[in-house]
Ligand binder design. Structure first.
Ligand code: ZN
Ligand code: ZN
Length: 355
């Protein structure tokens, strides 16, 4: 099935005449248009990108087989209305988890006879299983992350700030082929590493600090995501114990990954392992998430994930232990699930590195 056929299958399932896509990632996935400003309209008769003057040439270049309509003075509402009339659409799907209430209201008010029907995540779900081409891009993005990690190890010195380390990481990613960041880099040292999503600060890295680096880049639109925690100087026995417990939890979880495994069961393996140690309760977030055009995609390795994970789904495996006033460790790899196991896209060293 080509992409349009897959969208039309969603129309069939939800008994819709057409769908109006507002989520930029879904728009890109379905049409190839990366402008992310505008709407994509797909019915059984027509596939249309509605955008403004700034993006019409780009949309025509990127989206073969899609009509491009430049919105006029009446804005999107008028353009969509004209399109619905011409196409005789009665039931129009919209992405209720994305379309802004203000835009929904103005559309819903102006439409005369059409009914707007929420499609929930029906289109986003098309993106769950990655194609071979998508996997190559994600793998390349993760490879760039591996390069950046190797290089940052030569740079980190006591006295550098977290912000400086983050800047170097980003420099190394961009000079090795990244087109941008997949999320704001996390560099957390010393006690700051006890906060899973700490923002890099002016804190200077000191001898004996844990330094957790969680970072990723974009390659041809696709995200990477990895985390490594190192010690600057010699690790204390306690630091080693925390680190090795996290590593053990990650490796144990990876043992059970294969197509068909239930998301929550993978999470449970890592959580049970950590909770069987004196660090019980110190792993306070989910084990993993999928990665694609967007950094946090479904399905997840988390307590709430009751779905079976299919082959071709990417997942991070990122257990952590966080101890207030002491510090924390997280180790994160990015894998793709296969019939018999997984392929790990992350190749950076996982034994504790003491700089
Ligand atoms: Zn991460
Ligand atoms: Zn992650």
């Amino acid at each position: 099935m080509n992409m349009k056929e897959r969208v039309i299958k969603v129309l069939d399932e939800l008994n819709l005449d057409a769908v109006l896509v507002s989520d930029g990632y879904n728009m890109r996935y379905i049409s190839g248009f990366t402008g992310a400003t505008g709407y994509l309209y797909v019915s059984r008769n027509r596939s249309v990108i509605l955008t403004d003057f700034r993006y019409t040439i780009q949309a025509n270049n990127q989206s073969q087989g899609f009509e491009v309509i430049e919105i006029g003075k009446g804005g999107y509402t008028a353009a969509i209305n004209d399109l619905l009339d011409a196409d005789q659409t009665k039931r129009l799907g919209f992405e209720d988890d994305h379309l802004l209430y203000a835009n929904y209201s103005s559309l819903n008010e102006k439409l005369h006879k059409e009914e707007m029907v929420p499609v929930k995540d029906a289109l986003t779900k098309l993106r769950i299983v990655k194609t071979a081409d998508e996997l190559e891009k994600i793998k390349m993005a993760e490879h760039i992350g591996d390069i950046a990690f190797t290089k940052i190890l030569e740079v980190i010195k006591p006295g550098m700030t977290e912000l400086e380390v983050a800047a170097y990481l980003e420099f190394f990613m961009k000079t090795n082929g990244a087109e941008g960041l997949s999320f704001d880099s996390i560099v957390a040292s010393g006690v700051n590493s006890s906060m899973p999503h700490a923002t890099p600060s002016n804190k200077k890295i000191e001898l004996g600090d844990f330094v957790t680096m969680d970072f990723g880049c974009l390659y041809q639109g696709y995200c990477s995501d990895m985390t490594r925690t190192i010690v600057v100087g010699k690790a204390s026995p306690e630091q080693k114990e925390v680190y090795n417990t996290v590593l053990k939890a990650q490796l144990a979880a990876m043992e059970v990954i294969r197509a068909g495994v239930i998301g929550k069961d993978v999470d449970k393996v890592a959580r049970d392992l950590i909770d069987s140690t004196k660090y019980k309760g110190c792993f306070g977030h989910g084990l993993g998430h999928s990665v694609g055009l967007f950094i946090h995609e479904e399905p997840r390795f988390s307590a709430g994930e009751n779905n079976a994970i299919l082959a071709g789904v990417t997942e991070t495996v990122e257990p952590g232990i966080y101890i207030k006033d002491f510090g924390g460790v997280r180790i994160e790899d990015l894998v793709v699930v296969t019939e018999n196991g997984f392929e790990n896209f992350t190749h950076s060293e996982k034994q504790l590195i003491e700089l």
